[in-house]
Design a protein around this ligand. Structure first.
Ligand SMILES: [Zn+2]
Length: 232
C-alpha cells in the first residue's frame, strides 16, 4: 500500500512564479513566425484537474500566453510551463506523479484510490512516456547532455565525462561543423562519421596502451596502440 501523496498550494504558487519568469523571458524576444512582431501578454483561463494528488492546484488558473502584435500575423506563442504538460486537462505534476505511482501499484483499484485519476488515463500517460515522449526534442537533448562515459587505461579508470562537456550538447558540435563546412561551400553527407570532441580530459598515450571508453546505453570502444612500452 502506498501512502496518500498530496502536492499543496505553496508548491503550485512556486511553479506559477517560475512560469511567470519563463513567460517574461519569451516575451523579451520577437515572434518566431514573422520574426519581427513584439509579443504581448494574452493570458487565458484553464481549469486543470488535480485528482487526489493535487487538489490545491485545481480551480481557475491563468495560463500565461503571448500574442504577436503584427497585423496579418497575430500568432499566439504559449511559453513552456511547469504547471501544464501540453494540453492535458490534469496538472503536469499530477501526470508525472500518477505515472510513477502506476509503475509501482499493479492493482487498478488501489491506483485509482491513491491518485483519483481514472486508470485508463494513467495507462495512456504511461504509453506516452514510453513512446512519443522519448522522441521529443527536449528528451533527446537531455539524453545527449547526460550520456556518460567511463574511460579506462589497461582496465584502470582514467577519467569520466558526460555529453554536456562538448558545447553543452554534442549535437551543437555537429551543427557548428555543418555551418563551418557550409561557409567553405562544402557540407555533410548521409553516412558521414563525426567525432564531436572528447568529453573527458586529455590523457597521454604510450606504445602498447589499451584504452576502453564505455558509453552509457551506446556501447564500448576499445583502442590499442601499436608497440610495447619497452620498444619505442
Ligand atoms: Zn508575428
Amino acid at each position: 500500500m502506498v501512502d496518500r501523496f498530496e502536492l499543496g498550494r505553496e508548491f503550485f504558487a512556486q511553479l506559477e512564479q517560475e512560469d511567470e519568469k519563463i513567460a517574461r523571458e519569451v516575451a523579451a524576444g520577437v515572434c518566431q513566425k514573422c520574426e519581427r512582431g513584439a509579443l504581448h501578454r494574452s493570458d487565458y483561463s484553464r481549469k486543470p484537474r488535480g485528482g487526489l494528488i493535487a487538489p490545491g492546484g485545481e480551480g481557475s488558473v491563468r495560463r500565461f500566453s503571448l500574442c504577436c502584435d503584427q497585423e496579418g500575423c497575430r500568432k499566439r506563442a504559449t511559453p513552456p510551463s511547469l504547471r501544464f504538460l501540453g494540453r492535458r486537462v490534469y496538472l503536469g505534476a499530477v501526470v508525472t506523479v500518477a505515472s510513477m505511482l502506476a509503475r509501482v501499484i499493479a492493482n487498478a483499484t488501489e491506483l485509482r484510490q491513491v491518485t483519483g485519476v481514472p486508470v485508463r488515463t494513467t495507462r495512456r500517460w504511461l504509453g506516452w512516456w514510453g513512446g512519443p515522449f522519448v522522441s521529443t526534442s527536449v528528451f533527446v537533448a537531455v539524453c545527449a547532455r547526460l550520456v556518460g562515459v567511463a574511460v579506462s587505461r589497461h582496465g584502470e579508470l582514467a577519467d569520466t565525462g558526460a555529453g554536456a562537456a562538448v558545447l553543452g550538447n554534442p549535437a551543437r558540435c555537429v551543427a557548428w561543423l555543418a555551418n563551418k563546412l557550409a561557409s567553405f561551400g562544402a557540407g555533410l553527407k548521409a553516412g558521414d562519421i563525426i567525432l564531436p570532441g572528447a568529453v573527458h580530459r586529455m590523457i597521454g598515450v604510450a606504445p602498447g596502451d589499451v584504452f576502453q571508453a564505455e558509453f552509457d546505453h551506446l556501447g564500448t570502444v576499445t583502442a590499442r596502440f601499436a608497440g610495447t612500452e619497452d620498444t619505442p
